[in-house]
Design a protein around this ligand. Sequence first.
Ligand SMILES: [Zn+2]
Length: 97
Amino acid sequence: MSEADRAERVETIMVSPDNPKPWRIENALHLKGARFQFRSWVGRDHDHCVGCWAKFAEFDRPNIQHEGYATRGRIGELWVCRECFDDLKDDLGWKLD
Ligand SMILES: [Zn+2]
């Protein structure tokens, strides 16, 4: 296998839905060391999970998140779903307030 093939193969593994964790870490890397609060999502429109892009909203639909972990303070309010918080908190040093 050539170097280019190997690089492409790694790329494919990284973004595969079977192993989405590195991809989600990449998405959420800017939130390294952030503090979160667990709460219900309220608002006028919707938000997305920073890690996996799951949707947060008030309306009831399959796969819509109604609660999750939100950041506060100078980085503003960003949301992470429960699954991503559990999977990524150790890698990204997330703290719960
Ligand atoms: Zn997520």
